[in-house]
Design a protein around this ligand. Structure first.
Ligand code: MN
Length: 226
């Protein structure tokens, strides 16, 4: 299988002023596109060509793992942002409250972990098989699926995600990142986390509605299994 760069679920300037069109041009148009291209080159005519992206993340090593995970991580990142105001589902909100105390406490803990991550990486809200939520940081391309967790939400804290707009002010980027969250998508991931862990959702969420995402995820499952 050859991968293609996902379509953004919004125009390139939709996240301004928090994330500029210029950042999207580089981050999506060069970095993300570069990982897709590199992955396609690496898997061509190898045993990995027939594997799904989730399988590559679980089992591949080295450059194939790095590029596969970066494709997935960026797909996830763009999809969990929105130019429209959204709210978490009541179920997710109550789960976050019972785990972290309050939505504010969750945001604060997420930002503290993101600020404390040295170098390049990702910060995730994950759920495990016992339904416990946790905030997890991963370095470079690493992905929590690798350790059996199911990602619900992610923030890219590589400098390329914010340097053009914020230079070294990671805290400011993080505060604005929270204003752009697509809680519909995150709530959908929470509600469907058993299935979600198995599926590659690259092209979900063009409309930013859970229904559309669900249909797209079914379509994606078919692609992966054929
Ligand atoms: Mn990135």
């Amino acid at each position: 299988m050859q991968y293609s760069l996902m379509e953004l679920p919004y125009p390139k300037d939709a996240l301004e002023p928090m994330i500029s069109a210029r950042t999207l041009e580089y981050h999506y148009g060069k970095h993300h596109a570069g990982y897709v291209e590199k992955l396609n080159g690496l898997i061509k005519d190898t045993e990995f060509e027939t594997k799904s992206l989730i399988e590559l993340i679980k089992h591949a090593e080295g450059a194939i793992f790095n590029n596969a995970a970066q494709v997935y991580n960026h797909d996830f990142y763009w999809t969990n942002l929105s130019n429209k105001p959204t709210k978490p589902s009541l179920e997710l909100e109550s789960h976050i409250r019972s785990e972290f105390g309050s939505m504010d406490a969750f945001e604060k803990e997420f930002q503290t972990k993101a600020l404390g991550l040295f170098g390049s990486g990702w910060v995730w809200l994950c759920i495990d098989k016992q339904e416990n939520l946790s905030i997890v940081t991963t370095s470079n391309a690493d992905n929590p699926i690798r350790s059996g967790l199911i990602p619900l939400m992610v923030c890219d804290v590589w400098e390329h995600a914010y340097y053009l707009d914020y230079q070294n002010a990671r805290a400011e980027y993080l505060a604005n990142f929270f204003k752009l969250l697509n809680w519909k998508f995150i709530s959908f991931n929470f509600a469907n986390h058993q299935e979600h862990a198995q599926n590659y959702f690259s092209h979900v969420c063009k409309e930013n509605t859970p229904y559309c995402e669900y249909l797209d995820s079914l379509e994606e499952m078919e692609k992966v299994s054929t």
